[in-house]
Design a binder for this molecule. Structure first.
Ligand SMILES: *Cc1c(COP(=O)(O)O)cnc(C)c1O
Length: 398
């Protein structure tokens, strides 16, 4: 069997993380981010989509060192709040490299962003377009459309975006109000497992942009949002398939416009940049059984749904697990089925009861369970002090 370049890189990353954990013995639970992996993933996306502007979605992992590294690598940023704007600017991003992509924003937050030099906003409503015109005069605006996010593990549903017809009208309105009607944005759903999952929305974007250009406006840009996937227990198709599908879809739909037109393209990856860089180290608090006849043990970890594992809701994301007993199994390497749960007194704080996890039969309190691929949507989701448990600490290795 040959090991791929990527496997080898991940192997080195795991070795760096293990060295840190063995040497520093940080309190658990904690998240360890391997910064070279973040750099690698960003470089892989950039080389797969060379003519696309990459705006890292800060919410996936707002660790200042991650944001600083990406700014130094030339990434732009998708932010959702004044605090995320401040973070990016403090860590070296230029205001022109920031897109305020949250359609739900207060007038004073728009004014703040504008005062800090942000000039690119995403909107999906008449109220927000009017507020932008008032508090961010002359700024560029992308209108977000509703999409069918079939194929996504985390569809965005109907909360964001408006119909293509309304988006077209709102871009006209933006122009009337002195804003720059830059183009169309969407989000095809997070952890999008279908490389063609962007196609329908790209078709809608091309139609809107074509229509407005025919009227004499000059929208230029399509923002593909997030959705690029990461590997968990199951592996998604390779990045190259996504790049090929997206590139072909843009060429087909925009090429079909009268006169043909090559748009400016933005993408806002979050998960795909940081997920594979992170390992959460947790500790087993309790192993128990619910009855003498029940074969499945319950394994309670010191991290759960409220400590950063929010994406286990519905067992949507299934992290690969490695325990400190994996190398030292009982004779015959005996493992057995478990239910995994968190440490809080909330009945919903159960991680996996349907996903089949088998852990060593001799697993006991004090052992470590490492969750792999945990760099995205973990620390940023952890609660401040539910039941008195502190938020998930993040450490970076370089
Ligand atoms: C969360 C978010 C992203 C990132 O999504 P991923 O699936 O993590 O890539 C991108 N754009 C917007 C507007 C978002 O809200």
């Amino acid at each position: 069997m040959t090991t791929s370049f990527a496997d080898e890189r991940l192997h080195e990353a795991m070795a760096r993380i293990r060295r840190f954990l063995d040497h520093d013995q940080p309190d658990t639970p904690c998240l360890v981010i391997d910064l070279p992996t973040v750099r690698d993933r960003f470089a892989a996306i950039r080389s797969a989509l060379p003519r696309v502007g990459i705006f890292y979605a800060v919410k996936a992992n707002p660790t200042p060192d991650v944001v600083g590294l990406l700014a130094a690598e030339g990434s732009s940023f998708d932010v959702a709040s004044p605090a995320e704007i401040d973070l990016c600017l403090e860590r070296g991003a230029a205001p022109e490299a920031i897109s305020y992509s949250n359609p739900i924003k207060k007038a004073r937050d728009i004014a703040y962003a504008f005062s800090r030099g942000v000039r690119l906003f995403v909107s999906d409503s008449e109220q927000d377009v009017r507020t932008l015109a008032e508090h961010a005069p002359g700024a560029s605006v992308l209108l977000r459309i509703l999409v069918n996010s079939k194929g996504s593990t985390y569809p965005f549903g109907k909360k964001f975006g408006c119909s293509p017809e309304m988006a077209t009208d709102l871009l006209r309105l933006a122009a009337e109000l002195g804003l720059v009607p830059l183009g169309v944005a969407f989000h095809a759903g997070s952890q999008q497992l279908d490389p063609n999952g962007w196609d329908g929305a790209i078709a809608d974007a091309a139609e809107i942009i074509g229509k407005l250009r025919a009227e004499g406006l000059s929208p230029t840009t399509v923002n593909l949002g997030g959705g690029l996937p990461a590997g968990y227990l199951t592996q998604p198709p390779p990045l190259a398939e996504y790049a090929a599908a997206i590139t072909a879809s843009i060429a087909r739909h925009f090429g079909a416009l009268s006169g043909g037109f090559a748009p400016e393209v933005m993408i806002e990856p979050g998960r795909a940049v940081v997920a594979e860089s992170g390992v959460i180290r947790s500790e087993v608090v309790l192993v128990s059984r619910k009855s003498y006849s029940d074969e499945r043990r319950w394994v309670f970890l010191d991290i759960g749904r409220y400590g950063g594992l929010a994406e286990t809701e519905g067992e949507a994301i299934a992290y690969p697990l490695v325990t400190s007993r994996d190398g030292v199994l009982l004779p015959g390497g005996q493992v057995g089925p478990v239910v995994l749960a968190g440490p809080t007194c909330d009945a919903d704080d159960v991680l996996y009861q349907n996903t089949c996890y088998e852990l060593p039969l001799d697993l006991r309190a004090g052992d470590h369970v490492d969750l792999l691929g945990a760099g995205a949507y973990t620390a940023s989701y952890s609660s401040v002090a539910f039941n008195g448990f502190p938020p998930l600490a993040t450490h970076c290795v370089r």
